[in-house]
Unconditional design. Structure first.
Ligand code: FES
Length: 163
């Protein structure tokens, strides 16, 4: 009976195959590491930061009267993105200056509204009241309404608030 002899595998062919398999493994590993790195770092890099939002123009305002304006504030929480509606009161001095404060009561967070007849901001929840400058004049609020930074664009007369 005759036995067939298999030729020994070519060592250079085996080495080439080994290099090729290692290269494919390294490429896949690198791609996965890059992808995981992007997921791990990107939300922190794009975390919520303050920005200037348009809240109207000087033409929308009445001198010395708090005018409510709703702004859509972008919120970023990891990969979750949303726009939160927030009310701010703008008070125009009749010239070029506008001040602003939040409409959120400093007691427990209800939304205050302007009572033009009483010339005060009223909180509907527990009887808190503020004057037109946001100072507490009655009830349980522990501090004035939070101020909001503003600026006026000289060209367009747009009022911007920082949120
Ligand atoms: Fe405004 Fe209580 S939440 S007075």
């Amino acid at each position: 009976m005759e036995q067939s002899v298999q030729p020994a595998p070519d060592p250079s062919r085996r080495r080439t195959l080994s290099v090729l398999v290692n290269a494919v493994g390294a490429t896949i590993g690198g791609a996965l590491a890059t992808l995981l790195g992007v997921f791990a770092v990107r939300p922190g890099a794009t975390a919520s930061r303050e920005r200037w939002l348009r809240a109207g123009t000087l033409d929308d305002l009445i001198p010395d009267v708090p005018v409510p304006r709703v702004v859509a504030v972008p919120r970023v929480d990891g990969w979750y993105r949303a726009r939160a509606r927030e009310t701010v009161f703008l008070i125009w001095n009749g010239a070029r200056d506008v001040t602003a404060f939040s409409a959120t009561c400093t007691h427990l967070g209800c939304q205050v509204h302007w009572d033009g007849a009483a010339k005060r901001l009223i909180c509907p929840c527990h009887g808190g009241a503020y004057d037109a400058a946001g100072r507490v004049i009655e009830g349980p609020p522990p501090r004035p309404l939070d101020t909001v930074a503003t600026r006026v664009d000289a060209g367009s007369r747009a009022v911007l608030v920082r949120r």
